[in-house]
Design a protein around this ligand. Structure first.
Ligand code: 5RP
Length: 237
């Protein structure tokens, strides 16, 4: 079974969670590339925000209504956000940002009542490992790099926010500890560690089987309180 097929199955399953009239956050990447046509095909009346220019472009070409998420007058609340991930740990922690869109992806995930992660089975890992994507402020970049020590700059354009896309390459055991360190480092605009409290469920395809793994309860108030449902051990999955 190919990874591409698994990505498609997970994306198509997630498209079925979207209901008429919803405000939907659209992620970025090759798994989301399967979500967009599946969503367009449903012909629902939706308002969407996109996490990258590439997603915005493809969605519009498919006839999906995409509105701006910039500025003080944008929508404040999304019903659901659906996005891929690079790594999903049993604890529910994610690494995201393989496509360098993690800053927008985190903003759009955090604004949604339900954040659904769609992955092929190879994205489920026993523990998160480097690299962890970063977005860095260009001003003072040299000093930020020295502070962080283990960082590799990507040879890609600046983000739509003008940030420098890079990867933290240092070894780590505890994603929460690293997330706190990165968040408190001056010059780091955002990092690609997403906590379980942000994630509602993970939809994973293994072969032809699609499973939904609850990470937290799917309502926003529960996510504000923190994780409530244990992520199943590998024997439960
Ligand atoms: C982009 C992301 C993607 O969701 C992540 O890299 C997974 O990508 P793909 O679906 O292509 O495997 O975080 O910034």
């Amino acid at each position: 079974m190919s990874i591409q097929r698994e990505k498609r199955l997970a994306a198509e399953a997630a498209a079925q969670l979207v209901e008429d009239g919803m405000i939907v956050g659209l992620g970025t990447g090759s798994t989301v590339a399967y979500l967009l046509p599946a969503l367009a095909e449903r012909g629902l009346d939706l308002r969407c925000v996109a996490t990258s220019p590439a997603t915005e472009h493809t969605a519009r070409e498919l006839g999906i209504d995409v509105e701006s998420f910039r500025g003080a007058n944008a929508v404040t609340h999304l019903d659901i956000t659906i996005d891929g991930a690079d790594q999903v740990a049993p604890s529910g922690w994610l690494v995201k940002g393989g496509g360098g869109a993690h800053t927008r992806e985190k903003a759009v995930a955090a604004a949604a009542d339900r954040f659904v992660v769609i992955v092929s089975s190879n994205k489920l890992v026993d523990r998160l490992t480097p690299p962890v994507p970063l977005e860095l402020l260009e001003f003072g970049l040299a000093a930020t790099l020295e502070r962080l020590e283990a960082v590799r700059l990507r040879n890609v354009p600046l983000s739509p926010e003008g940030g420098v896309i890079a990867d933290y390459t240092g070894a780590f055991d505890d994603p929460e500890e690293l997330a706190m360190r990165l968040s408190s480092t001056v010059g780091v605009l955002e990092h690609g560690l997403f906590p379980p409290t942000l994630v509602s469920d993970v939809i994973v395809a293994r072969g032809e089987q699609v499973e939904r793994i609850p990470v937290t309860r799917s309502d926003a108030s529960a996510r504000r309180r923190g994780p409530t449902a244990p992520y199943p051990s590998s024997s439960d999955r």
